[in-house]
Design a protein around this ligand. Structure first.
Ligand code: SIN
Length: 295
C-alpha cells in the first residue's frame, strides 16, 4: 500500500495482488478532485491499469462524468446508435451508456442483458476506441455478474518470442456485427467469412501512448481475422494468442458491491463479465474516456 498527500487529502493505493488493478481509498467521487490528487490518480491508472473506488453510492450521472474527466475528455456513449447494440431509452446524458438487464414495460433500459459477456475491449470495432471505461455500480445482484480483467502488457511480455514475431506488424479485424454477449447488432448481416467481417482493423501489437509500453491488442475473438492470412492460419494463430492471453496468471476478477466505480484502460486491458440470474437486477452506468487510433 502507498499513501499520498499527508494531511487532509491523503489517498491510499492498494494493489490487488494480482496481475493488475488497485483499490484507491480516500476519494469521494461526488466532490471535485484537487489537481495534485488527480495527478496521483492518473499515475496510479498508468501503473495498475484498473482502479477500484468503493463506497461511491448516490453518485449522479453528472458527478460520474466530472469524475471520469479527471482521466481525460469523454467520448460519447453509443446509446443513440442502434448498430452499436447499446440502444437505450433510459434518460441519461449522451456520455453515459446504460448496462443493465432491467426491463420497463418489457423494454430493456440498457445493454448486455444478464448473459455472459465474452472477453473484449470496449468498442474496439471502431477506428478510435475509448482509452478508458468507467463503470459505476448502482444495483448489483447478490451473486454473479463479476467482471474480470486481463493485463495485456503482461500477456505480451510473457508471449513466446516466435509468436510475437509472427504478429509483429499484423492487423486484426475487430468484429462490429456482434456484441460481447453474442447478439447481432441491428442492421448488420451475419458474418459467413471472417475475411469479410465488418469492423475496424487494428495492430495486434500496440504501444500505449502514455507509457510507451507494448501490449497485445486482441479486442474480441468472434469473427476476428488476421488481415492477409489464410483463414486456417489466422484461426490457429488467434487461438494460440487467446489461449495465452486469457491465462489466469494475467487476470484479476472483481466482485461488485453497490457504489463501486471501476475504471479500466482499454489500451492495455481486456475484460469479460459472468452471467447472472436474469430474475435479479443489475444496473451500471458507464462513461468512456476519449481514445485515439491504436498504433
Ligand atoms: C462492459 O463490457 O463494458 C460491461 C461489463 C460489465 O457489465 O461488468
Amino acid at each position: 500500500m502507498i499513501a499520498y498527500g499527508a494531511g487532509t487529502a491523503a489517498i491510499e493505493v492498494v494493489p490487488t495482488g494480482f496481475a493488475l488493478g488497485a483499490e484507491i481509498r480516500g476519494i469521494d467521487a461526488r466532490k471535485p478532485v484537487p489537481p495534485e490528487t488527480a495527478k496521483t490518480l492518473r499515475e496510479a491508472w498508468k501503473q495498475h491499469l484498473v482502479l477500484l473506488f468503493r463506497g461511491q453510492t448516490g453518485l449522479t450521472d453528472q458527478q460520474l462524468i466530472t469524475f471520469t474527466q479527471v482521466f481525460g475528455p469523454l467520448q460519447a456513449a453509443p446509446n443513440s446508435d442502434v448498430t452499436a447494440g447499446f440502444g437505450s431509452f433510459a434518460d441519461v446524458p449522451p456520455e453515459v451508456a446504460v448496462i443493465s438487464n432491467i426491463k420497463v414495460d418489457g423494454r430493456p433500459i440498457g445493454a448486455l442483458g444478464a448473459g455472459e459477456a465474452d472477453w473484449h475491449t470496449d468498442m474496439s470495432f471502431i477506428e478510435e476506441p475509448p482509452a478508458g471505461s468507467c463503470l459505476y455500480a448502482i444495483e448489483v445482484p447478490a451473486s454473479g455478474g463479476n467482471t474480470s480483467f486481463i493485463n495485456m502488457h503482461r500477456a505480451l511480455d510473457t508471449l513466446d518470442e516466435e509468436m510475437a514475431d509472427a504478429v509483429n506488424g499484423v492487423q486484426c479485424v475487430h468484429d462490429l456485427s456482434l456484441t460481447s454477449t453474442g447478439s447481432r447488432r441491428q442492421g448488420v448481416a451475419e458474418v459467413a467469412d471472417v475475411r469479410e467481417t465488418p469492423g475496424a482493423r487494428h495492430p495486434v501489437l500496440r504501444t500505449h501512448p502514455d507509457t510507451k509500453r507494448k501490449a497485445l491488442f486482441l479486442g474480441r475473438r468472434r469473427n476476428a481475422w488476421l488481415v492477409g492470412f489464410e483463414v486456417e492460419d489466422s484461426e490457429r494463430l488467434l487461438d494460440c494468442l487467446w489461449a495465452h492471453a486469457t491465462d489466469e496468471a494475467h487476470v484479476w476478477e472483481h466482485r461488485w458491491r453497490e457504489g463501486d466505480i471501476v475504471l479500466w484502460d482499454n489500451r492495455a486491458v481486456m475484460h469479460r463479465r459472468d452471467a447472472f440470474d436474469p430474475a435479479t437486477r443489475r444496473l451500471m452506468h458507464r462513461t468512456q474516456v476519449k481514445g485515439g487510433r491504436p498504433r
